[in-house]
Design a protein around this ligand. Structure first.
Ligand SMILES: [Zn+2]
Length: 187
């Protein structure tokens, strides 16, 4: 199936759930699923299909399993704590930080497992190896942030050096420093 045809299916399934898709030319991030306001906010760029598939998978994930609920820490989603910590707005003890990062990784990995099964079941015309490398760049990026308390300027998958060095399969453990050097090299 062509990507553009699967976009119609996503749109239809989101309409059924009264979830709107708001598309912006500029956003400080690529996309988010705002479940309180029943909307997906998304940047119109060359990653549009991947971002929308990802946010749509979060919608399915929230309906399908409890991982989302277990990802809530002190009334916020685990990854919403990370920026505050990096910006020094909030202090966390080591055990809290490890918990927040493990939950964020678990939620994002589970979301991408849903996205990958959608790609495979519908035979969507994209390079699955490249897709999984892109996913791995996002998941290993958590480990980079955890270890360095810093962020890259762009999303990790926007750096060719990072993508090229990523494995082609999902990993069991993302708290792994094997890829720290390549993340450091693009700074
Ligand atoms: Zn996500």
């Amino acid at each position: 199936m062509k990507k553009i045809d699967y976009l119609d299916i996503i749109k239809h399934n989101l309409d059924k759930r009264n979830i709107s898709v708001n598309i912006y030319d500029e956003l400080p991030f690529h996309g988010e699923y705002d479940f309180c306001n029943k909307s997906i906010n998304i940047k119109k760029d060359k990653y549009f299909f991947y971002t929308l598939l990802h946010e749509y998978s979060h919608v399915l994930q929230k309906e399908k399993n409890n991982i989302w609920r277990y990802g809530i820490y002190k009334n916020k989603m685990a990854h919403d704590h990370i920026d505050g910590w990096i910006n020094n707005d909030i202090y966390y003890a080591d055990y809290e930080l490890r918990y927040i990062f493990s939950k964020a990784i678990a939620i994002e990995k589970d979301c991408e497992e849903i996205a990958i099964s959608i790609i495979k079941e519908n035979n969507i015309d994209l390079d699955i190896d490249q897709y999984i490398k892109r996913v791995n760049s996002c998941l290993f990026y958590f480990n980079y942030q955890y270890n360095t308390k810093s962020k890259l300027i762009k999303a990790p998958y926007e750096y060719k050096e990072i993508i090229d060095s990523m494995p082609k399969n999902l990993q069991n453990n993302y708290f792994n420093n094997s890829f720290m050097e390549v993340f450091e090299s693009v700074k």
